[in-house]
Design a binder for this molecule. Sequence first.
Ligand SMILES: [Zn+2]
Ligand SMILES: [Zn+2]
Length: 895
Amino acid sequence: MTNIPDSYDPDRIESNWQDEWQDSDVYEFDPSDSDTQYVIDTPPPYPSGNLHLGHGLGWSYIDFSARFHRLQGDAVLFPQGWDCHGLPTEVKVEEVNDIHRTDVSNEEFRDLCVEWTNARIEEMKQTMRELGFSQDWSAEYRTMDPEYWGQTQESFVEMADDDMVYRDEHPVNWCPRCETAIADAEVENVDRSGTLYYVTFEGVGNDDIEIATTRPELLAACVGMAVDPDDERFADRVGDTFEVPLFGQEVELVADDDVDPEFGTGAVMICTFGDKQDVDWWAEYDFDLRPVFTEDGHLNENAGEFEGLSIDDAKDEIADALDDEGVLVDSEPTEQSVGACWRCDTPIEILSKEQWFVEVDQDLILEKADDVEWIPEHMHDRLVDWTESMEWDWVISRQRVFATPIPAWECRDCGYWHIASAAECPVDPNEESPAVGECPECGSGATPEESRGAGGEAAETNWRGETDVMDTWMDSSITPLHISGWPQDIDLDDFEPVDLRPQGHDIIRTWAFYTLLRTGALTDEKPWDDILVNGMVFGPDGNKMSKSRGNVVEPDEAIEEYSADAVRQALALGGRPGSDVQFQWKEVKSASRFLTKLWNIVKFAGGHFDEDTPDIADPAYRDADRWILSELTRVADEVEAEMEAYRFDAALRRLREFAWEDLADDYVELVKGRLYNGRPGERAAAEKTLYTAVTSVVRMLSVFSPHVTEEIWQHLPGTEGSVHNAAWPDPDYLDEDAEVAGRHIAETASEVRAWKSESGMPLNEDLDRVELYFEPGQNGKLDTYDLSETVNAPIKLVEGRPDVELVPVDVDGDESEIGPEFRSEAGAVLQGIEAADPAEIQAQIHSGDTVTVEAAGESYDLDADWLSVDEEYRAESGEEVTVLEASFGTILIYE
Ligand SMILES: [Zn+2]
Ligand SMILES: [Zn+2]
């Protein structure tokens, strides 16, 4: 007997096991544990403090894989990082402290960011814990820790050594609100309404021309004009010169295939810069550079009397001025798509800035991406499309504070840029001078001793530390290297792809892309073997979760209502990985019911176990045992294959089906008689079978519902340690004959029981006997022991079809017809019907519309429709019998 509590109490079980695991090494990665490893490149989330259900889905997938591979005997590394740096934290810290970042020193500001971030991480860890995720917390990392950002710097240094990092003046995407450069991946296209202005440019020694633009505020930056070379309207005008209204600079008309002749008048102005097309034309035709915007989104001195206006104000004022001048021909509303900052939605501008860039080697990225297994496969296309659309190198410098410092210094004398050596990292170039000492270019400056000795004050030397910092994707794009132990344990040359990268589809253009780029560039390897992309979680109403819709479900809310073990199952069953998942309370509820059922199966089975059960040797298995063990063998193989293919939904569905239908509804019902009344050897076989099935199900299910399975495991005899360190079940009982026999037994038992219950009979009512007739071709050999116990009847097996006959046993007359027809004689007619031979009446019904009945010496003719004949089955012996159809043939029940 096991001492499993009567009722399933998830609250107690879950918090208890979360505490236990916290203090144990169950999830610790120890490569010496196994010849095979399974290393997961877990996403380091941005520490917002809120681990939402979308995270819940992504991390559930990771946890399923981690737990499955532990059971498979792999040494599993499931680390957890935090992608701490970045603008959102700076904005939050400014908000909560009511300061601007320039109100305090950079150091102080960083400290506030670190403090805020640590608190948010604790909140998210709490939710991770409550969902039962199995990270190895000894492998936790935070990108804001010097140990980590030193590695980011080192990877920067390595790439600079290979000329894949450079500093250059180049147009970059710029957010005028955040006042920083941003990468292409941080630009989001938004649709908005604008105005299309038609403006006349006066010809210089030639005719005027009319152009159309949505951005009159860029007129001061106009450096050229362009038309389509095939546009008849401008056939003779290429090379003509025009004067830009209000600002007076002269510009020339060029012909270029990239002009859309359908837009506006067919002639467009080229400015430095309105968009990326302008940048291309500017480079191709060697136009002047006339920047007109400041970093904070105002017009500069090139705008003359409009200097100082914000970009939006300038648009209106310049349009008005054009109108006053009489050169604004027309204006009309238009819909346009503009690039906006991912963080603040402000339309981005393109400014030419000296920045740090990382080379984008499209071929290398595509080659590595091609080597990776993408799950689902079509996510690969998204990466390819994005990579092929990249026009510019990756601008990695940001004009912010809370980020990895760029380890570089500029010589104040000659402008030479010196990059730190790997050994100097981590280094803050504004706190320390470079080890190199004198400028390698011009020889000016301090010796290393002088520069580093005097408190490291950068100002005492000729070196000016770089104040720009790195894009946070520089931090997170080296996670596979970090978790593999670079640079302490391995060199870049030793790097081998890790096993799994799980991530959301919303960060394919960023995290997946940058990781492929960086790992490829640094190691010439692909970063991972497999990438598993998860979808989003929609609200119970099928819409994207949002506060304004009121359809947000928080993980803790769902856990409190049911249990973490049930929530995890609902997430697994939401769909195949990659698809978006609709959160459904009914799935959580049904998972919760399933877990209660599981508890009850174990409770029942455990009542028949003792400490000797695991060691029962050479059990005398019966067909029912052989059948469920063969099914179990199949299920273990199938679930394993589904798990390997990341089909968590299919794996769990199969497992639940087996546990609930085959094991609980069929097998347990079949062997109850044997367990309670069987002889010791017969009982032992059922006990051993149940033990094998239950311990296997519990281990497989531990992947999805780790708490309840751990609790059960501890109560089962013959188990040691945590279920999460056990081995994946490997039953070897395939027996096709037993499966056929077992299915026939289970089907018969369930048909007879259903019939008893429909007939209002107690389920344990004794029957005279039950006969099973097998159609030709059906295997009619089976072991009747358990079936007989289950249906409370002797069982007879017969090949062929039963010889049964449907015989008429009773005739009823319809009084509502016979009454009015025969009035005072109606009673006699009804008696006559009752007294007649049912077979003879049935014969008359079959031969015509009229039936003649004898009553009190008279003959009465009745309409055949007024009579109904009851029939019953009779066996050859004449005994009354119930006939049930079965998949293998016929079941006869004799009461
Ligand atoms: Zn912004
Ligand atoms: Zn110098």
